[in-house]
Design a protein around this ligand. Structure first.
Ligand code: SF4
Length: 516
C-alpha cells in the first residue's frame, strides 16, 4: 500500500506532528538499549514523549525517571505462560502492582530504563509486546474476552483479532497516525467489546449472500471518549471475517491520510467522522475495498463486560468462571495463584475483561466445586458485593501525570462503604476518572465521577468531582449527563450514597439505573 504522507507539506502541523515526521515513533525501540546502558539522565527531555510508541509513559513525577508500561493483550486472552511471565515482571521490577485496564491490557509501574531491555526480551519470549500500546498508533485490539468459548457469540473471533493485531504490530506504514487509534472486533451478541466507544468497531451481523446465510460484521466508526466524547456511527456495509484486515487497513489509511493534524485535541478519527458523516465515510471506504450493504444486526444487548459466576461454555461439559478484581488491581502472587488454579483445573488461560475483571475458562463440570473452594476467591470473588463488583477506576494521581485527583484507592473505598451501607436489587456501575481523558470510561457509567480541581472560598485549590448520570451502550448507546455543581472530594462518598438512596426509594422493582 502506498504511504502517502499527504500531510507532509502542511505548515500548520503541531509540534508533535513535526517530530513524528522527522523520526517515526517506533524508532524509539532502537534507542532504548543505549538509554538503558547510560541511565535515565542520558534521555533528552524532548525524547520522553516518544517512549509512548514502546508502550512506556513516564509516571508522576516525570523527573524521577520511573516508567509505566502497558502490555497489549489482544481480546484480553493470556496463556498460562504469558500470565506467569507478566507476574514475574511485576514482582521483579514493578513493585508488585499489576493493573488490568479498560482495554483488556496490563499495566506495570515503577520500571527503570535499565530494566526495559530485559522486560522486552521476557515479553517477546511468550509472544507479548508493549509496542503501540500507547502513542499515535493502533492500540491493543479489544475483543470478546469469551471468544471461542462463548455460547453468546456468532462465531469465534480469535483468528481475526490475531490477524489484524499482527498486521499492525511494528508496522511503520501505520505508526504515524494523527492520534491514538482504537479498534474493537467482537462477535459477542451482548457487545462485550464496547463497540460504540472505539474509533473503529466490528460487531456481529448476518447476511444472505448467494442464497446462503453468512456470518460477518457490521461496522461502526468514529467513537471515542476524552474531550468531546462521541459514539461510533454505523456505516451501511457488511464485512466478511476474511475482509476484516483489509477493511481495517483501509480505515486506518483514511485516518492516516485525511485525519486532522493541526490541533492534538481535535485529531481523533471521531472528528473526521463528525465532519464527513457516515455516508461520505462509507463512500471513501468503498474506494479502497469492495463491500456489500449491511445485513441483519445480531447484537441483542449490552453486558458491559461483566461475567460473574460459573457459566456453561459452548463446549459441552466446560465452564467459564467470572471473577471480580477490585478496581482492576492485583499483585504478582495473586496472578501466579490464578494462573496456577487455571492450569490445575482448566487450560491455564486468564482472560481480561474491559470491566477490569478476569475470566478463568475451560473448567470441566466435575472440577468447578473444587476450584471455587480455593482461598483466593475470598478476595477475587466470583460473586462480589454489588458496588465493588461494578466499580471501575483509572490510574489517577498515584502514577499519572495528567491526573487532577487520586482515583483508585478512593473508588475502592467508596464502593466498600456503599457495600456496607446499601443493598440494591440491580447493579449500579460507577466509573471514576482522574481527568477528562477518561481512561476509566466514565461516559458509559451509570454514575460517572470525574476528578477536577476546585478553588475554595479561601482561594485554596482542592480535589473535587463532577457527577454524571445515565450512561449506557444499550441500544446504540447514550453518554451520561452532568449533574449541576461540583462536589468536594471529602464529601463525594456521602453525596453518591444519597443519590443511590434516592434511586432505591423511588425506583420500581428491577428497574435499572439507565431505565430510571
Ligand atoms: Fe490519567 Fe486522566 Fe487517564 Fe486517569 S483518565 S489515567 S488521570 S489520563
Amino acid at each position: 500500500m502506498a504511504y502517502k504522507k499527504s500531510w507532509e507539506s502542511n505548515e500548520k502541523l503541531n509540534k508533535t506532528e513535526q517530530w513524528k515526521l522527522e523520526k517515526d515513533g517506533l524508532k524509539v525501540f532502537e534507542d532504548i538499549p543505549h538509554y538503558a546502558k547510560n541511565g535515565f539522565s542520558s534521555i533528552p527531555k524532548e525524547e520522553w514523549d516518544k517512549f509512548k510508541w514502546a508502550g512506556l509513559y513516564l509516571q508522576r513525577p516525570k523527573e524521577d525517571g520511573y516508567f509505566m508500561m502497558r502490555v497489549n493483550v489482544p481480546s484480553g486472552i493470556l496463556s498460562y505462560d504469558q500470565a506467569r511471565e507478566l507476574a514475574s515482571i511485576c514482582k521483579e521490577y514493578g513493585r508488585d502492582v499489576y493493573d488490568i485496564t479498560t482495554r483488556q491490557a496490563i499495566q506495570f509501574h515503577w520500571l527503570k530504563i535499565e530494566q526495559i531491555p530485559d522486560i522486552f526480551k521476557r515479553l517477546e519470549k511468550v509472544g507479548l509486546s508493549s509496542a503501540g500500546a500507547c502513542g499515535d498508533i493502533t492500540r491493543n485490539i479489544v475483543g470478546n474476552p469469551l471468544a471461542g468459548i462463548d455460547p453468546d457469540e456468532l462465531f469465534d473471533t480469535r483468528a481475526v483479532v490475531k490477524e489484524v493485531y499482527d498486521f499492525f504490530q511494528h508496522n511503520e506504514d501505520f505508526s504515524n497516525l494523527p492520534r491514538k487509534y482504537k479498534v474493537s472486533i467482537s462477535a459477542n451478541l451482548n457487545n462485550a467489546a464496547n463497540a460504540e466507544i472505539n474509533c473503529v468497531s466490528f460487531l456481529p451481523a448476518k447476511k444472505e449472500i448467494d442464497g446462503k446465510e453468512e456470518n460477518g460484521f457490521h461496522l461502526k466508526v468514529g467513537g471515542g471518549l476524552s474531550s468531546r466524547p462521541l459514539l461510533a456511527e454505523e456505516l451501511d456495509v457488511f464485512v466478511l471475517p476474511h475482509q476484516v484486515k483489509d477493511v481495517t487497513i483501509a480505515l486506518t489509511t483514511i485516518f492516516r491520510d485525511y485525519g486532522y493534524r493541526e490541533k492534538r485535541h481535535l485529531a481523533r478519527l471521531k472528528f473526521l467522522m463528525a465532519d464527513w458523516g457516515p455516508e461520505k465515510f462509507k463512500e471513501k471506504l468503498l474506494e479502497y475495498v469492495e463491500l456489500l450493504p449491511a445485513g441483519t444486526d445480531a447484537v441483542k444487548g449490552w453486558n458491559a463486560g461483566y461475567f460473574y459466576g460459573v457459566h456453561p461454555q459452548k463446549q459441552e461439559g466446560l465452564n467459564y468462571i467470572g471473577l471480580n478484581v477490585p478496581v482492576g488491581r492485583l499483585n504478582s502472587d495473586e496472578v501466579y495463584e490464578l494462573a496456577r488454579i487455571s492450569k490445575k483445573y482448566g487450560n491455564g488461560e486468564l482472560r481480561n475483561c474491559n470491566s477490569q475483571n478476569l475470566i478463568i475458562p475451560n473448567i470441566p463440570d466435575e472440577h468447578v466445586d473444587a476450584l471455587l473452594n480455593e482461598k483466593i476467591f475470598d478476595r477475587i470473588s466470583t460473586s462480589p458485593l454489588s458496588f465493588i463488583g461494578y466499580s471501575v477506576s483509572c490510574t489517577g494521581i498515584e502514577y499519572c501525570n495528567l491526573a487532577l485527583v487520586e482515583t483508585k484507592e478512593r473508588m475502592r473505598q467508596i464502593a466498600n462503604d456503599l457495600d456496607q451501607e446499601l443493598t440494591l436489587d440491580v447493579p449500579v456501575r460507577i466509573h471514576m476518572v482522574g481527568c477528562p481523558n477518561s481512561c476509566g470510561q466514565r461516559q458509559i457509567a451509570d454514575i460517572g465521577l470525574q476528578g477536577i480541581k476546585m478553588r475554595t472560598k479561601d482561594k485554596k485549590m482542592i480535589e473535587a468531582f463532577e457527577i454524571y448520570v445515565g450512561g449506557t451502550l444499550q441500544d446504540g448507546g447514550k453518554l451520561n449527563e452532568k449533574l449541576k455543581g461540583k462536589v468536594e472530594a471529602a464529601n463525594l462518598s456521602e453525596v453518591v450514597k444519597q443519590l443511590l438512596i434516592h434511586f432505591k426509594q423511588t425506583k420500581e422493582q428491577g428497574e435499572t439505573f439507565f431505565d430510571y
